[in-house]
Unconditional design. Structure first.
Length: 236
């Protein structure tokens, strides 16, 4: 199997070179870009994952992330920036980033996030369980086929990112069970608890926008104040 291809986008050459050396050392194929426009041109190389800085010349990371999400196919994105305000984290995640790292960071943090995202994608592309559609999970109007990356709401297809799909699958495996943010970070993302739990909140908001008739008043994916989140049928 050919190595996974990772595109690093950062205008600071020292950071780009250090990250490229780290990722190549553990077996990834690495491409680099020094600007937002160069990053979009590099998409022709079909990267499997993008490490994307926010503060760059010509196009910033937010604009690049938005452009990538408007294209066909899904490329996981880890946003990398010196900014540390919660609003900056939320902005990147709401545009479609899968994870967020604040400079400075330990190399092990980046590797953990890269491996966690690839693990999600590999799990979803694995051979289906129990038939061509995989195991079927049900919760009220929701149906999810585990081996097919397929979700229906009231018999209509729902398009989810790999991370959204994995989050929903995790919740649907135990309907009515309350999951804390730290538990979801560990079990869905594969991260340690010190990673910002805002990641979970933003992905829950994105998922609600796709499965709830009224995301402001959720009936399926509910918040249990002081504890976390759970998925249950509307009549439960």
């Amino acid at each position: 199997m050919p190595p996974k291809r990772i595109l690093i986008v950062d205008d600071e050459s020292a950071i780009t070179q250090a990250l490229a050396a780290l990722l190549r050392q553990v077996g990834y194929f690495v491409m680099t870009a020094r600007s937002g426009r160069e990053a979009l041109a590099q998409l022709a190389g079909e990267p499997d994952l993008m490490v994307l800085d926010i503060m760059m010349p010509d196009l910033d990371g937010y604009a690049v992330c938005r452009a990538v999400r408007e294209r066909p196919g899904y490329v996981p994105i880890i946003m990398l920036t010196a900014k540390d305000a919660p609003g900056d984290r939320a902005a990147g995640l709401e545009l479609g980033a899968d994870a967020y790292l604040t400079k400075p960071f330990e190399p092990g943090e980046l590797l953990a996030q890269v491996r966690a995202l690839f693990r999600l994608i590999d799990q979803q592309s694995a051979a289906p369980e129990g038939g061509p559609g995989g195991r079927l999970l049900l919760c009220g109007p929701l149906r999810l086929w585990e081996g097919q990356h397929r979700v229906e709401l009231n018999h209509q297809p729902v398009e989810l990112t790999p991370t959204e799909f994995e989050l929903l699958r995790h919740l649907m495996r135990r309907p009515g069970h309350v999951f804390g943010r730290e538990t979801l970070l560990r079990e869905v993302w594969g991260y340690d608890a010190e990673v910002d739990s805002r990641t979970v909140d933003v992905h829950v908001q994105r998922l609600r926008a796709k499965i709830e008739p009224d995301a402001a008043h959720p009936q399926l994916l509910r918040t249990i104040r002081g504890f976390g989140y759970c998925l249950m049928a509307p009549d439960e």
